[in-house]
Write a protein that binds this ligand. Sequence first.
Ligand SMILES: Cc1ncc(C[n+]2csc(CCOP(=O)(O)OP(=O)(O)O)c2C)c(N)n1
Ligand SMILES: [Mg+2]
Length: 578
Amino acid sequence: MSSQTQSADATADTEQELTDGFHLIIDALKLNGLTTIYGVPGIPITDFGRMAQAEGLRVLSFRHEQNAGYAASIAGFLTKKPGVCLTVSAPGFLNGLTALAHATTNCFPMILISGSSEREIVDLQQGDYEEMDQLAIAKPLCKAAFRVLHAADIGIGVARAIRAAVSGRPGGVYLDLPAKLFGQVISADAGRKSLVKVIDAAPAQIPSPDSIKRALDVLKAAKKPLIILGKGAAYAQADDAIRTLVEKSGIPFLPMSMAKGLLPDTHPLCAGAARSTVLAQSDTVMLIGARLNWLLSHGKGKTWGSAPKKFVQIDIEPKEMDSNVEIAAPVVGDIGSCVAALLDGMGGAWSPASADWVGSVKAKREENVAKMAPRLMNNNSPMDYHGALGVLRTIVKERPDAILVNEGANTLDLARGVIDMYQPRKRIDVGTWGIMGIGMGYAIAAAVETGKPVLAVEGDSAFGFSGMEVETIARYKLPVCIVIFNNDGIYRGTDVNKAGDDPATTVFVKGARYDKMMEAFGGVGINATSPDELKRAVNAAMDAGKPTLINAVIDPAAGSESGRIGNLNPQSALQKKK
Ligand SMILES: Cc1ncc(C[n+]2csc(CCOP(=O)(O)OP(=O)(O)O)c2C)c(N)n1
Ligand SMILES: [Mg+2]
């Protein structure tokens, strides 16, 4: 065969080699290292899920899209890569949307990919199967929203979604893929060329030298400085630099909930157990990846005491500055770069925070820890929160690389205070919105993304929001141990309806046995009525790494209304006057 005929044959072969929307989406995700998908199948994405699995992606099928969405959101937090959630059109999309909004609010990178109905029919509102203008609905709830209409644009569409999700302040991105796109066919060669590998998806954002100098000047003048670490600091994965900054400056630090463990809660400079003292008494506060929102009482009012404060704030988002109070030294950039620049600027001769101040914080903290200690050792049955949490506290201490998922009201607030964390990004919880329902989605993604054992400490109400995913946990045989703090209700199980036969609005079936739910799917279910029983059951579960659900029986009268945030409940001016 002449070389001319050979090349003519090759051309013919290339011309025949085709690809389609299904495969281009898979190839685009793979090319960018996005190899895990959390979702629920159905028209028009069922075959896509199958093909993705066949092509080596991990495709985890959930029982409800909201839980798949929460899984994707926390995958984003844990890995700094966008977590991917896949849903069907209208109802599936809407179920996933809460999680996308949650990701955006919490600054977690996530991409919600939803199949959608035929554009021509949707736009004329002619009543298509699952008709909805999804792109328009998603837009106000996420950081960016894109739609791809042509197979040749899939590469660019996926690239834009990835960059939008992780660059700057991370957040949720919506990617709309109409049903017709999946079946579109183009030449494989054109398809390959259309793919885009995102280079440097989250470029470093270097703070200005002036802002660093200003921040160091403010810190130098401080008499009672405090560092507050937010989940942005945990996300940044600049763990060593942050630790060095705290230790070199000698400044006490207060970790927000998901920043616990960035430095161990037992670190000599940790002010976690002296929170109210340090917020009220400090004169200078450096926020690292923490926002002055409701969780920090907006930086003002009684919590912050009467002493005037100066704030230094490190955040990647310039608009965050002055959101609630004046920021004396705004430092805008990515946390790793900002902390490195501060360390550089501090040089070798930085004088650490005053021994008086550090000593008084330490004394307060030791006093509070000592006060709590006896309550954590009680072996009451039924259990109270402290007895049960005392056990879990020891278990986490002995297994510092386990991931703790936590939601509820009392179950959340008390666990956050009692359970010390020792390693970064090991505590994941309700986040900025105090949202119930993250539990099982988070537990699944934590196990899948990190391969570490997971301990999910759940209020009985909180668990109910995602409870059906115990089947998912059992199906994928994940090393997840769920402990349900079962106090028969929301906040308490003792409320009584004063009019009529219906139960009170905050109570559930008394003595419910949630452990049977896990047994129904072949996992291990245990009913624990004392701290000793709880300890045995959790240790066995963590050793075995098998799906386990422990129903921890808590005294229904033990909790308080809304946990630690009862003050946020509105009061009628009329009732107050009485
Ligand atoms: C999505 C959502 N719906 C409702 C709420 C209101 N809420 C806050 S805590 C809570 C449940 C508290 O009960 P439980 O989880 O049993 O914890 P406990 O205080 O009893 O330990 C609810 C429903 C919420 N935070 N998020
Ligand atoms: Mg409860």
